[in-house]
Design a protein around this ligand. Structure first.
Ligand code: FES
Length: 104
């Protein structure tokens, strides 16, 4: 059975913001997209490892790496724009009871 841990309150992140979860190994970046949905992915960019917590969030749940500007889909991890070639590792997130819960 899948286990979830509460990692934030919904109000901790406004749309378009991120939070680095350092209690996980490897660290995870929690993202609230521009539509208000939550996503989580490994913090290290799949290209050469920049921290995605400083990424730019675009429409349609896309994150842009701050280093070389590769784009990845936050829903699936699919690479969207060079130099993104390798999929990002995404994690399941649920919102309930006013909290954001991450699958571990
Ligand atoms: S480190 Fe992210 S695109 Fe290069």
């Amino acid at each position: 059975m899948e286990n979830f841990v509460r990692v934030a309150a919904v109000e901790d992140l406004s749309p378009g913001s991120t939070l680095r979860l350092v209690d996980f190994d490897p660290p995870v970046t929690l993202v609230r997209d521009l539509g208000g949905d939550f996503h989580a992915l490994d913090d290290a960019c799949p290209h050469v490892g920049a921290s995605l917590v400083r990424g730019v969030i675009h429409e349609d749940a896309v994150i842009e790496c701050p280093l070389h500007h590769g784009l990845w889909c936050l829903r699936t991890g699919e690479p969207r724009k060079y130099p993104a070639r390798v999929p990002a590792t995404v994690h399941r997130v649920e919102v309930r009871d006013g909290g954001v819960w991450l699958s571990v």
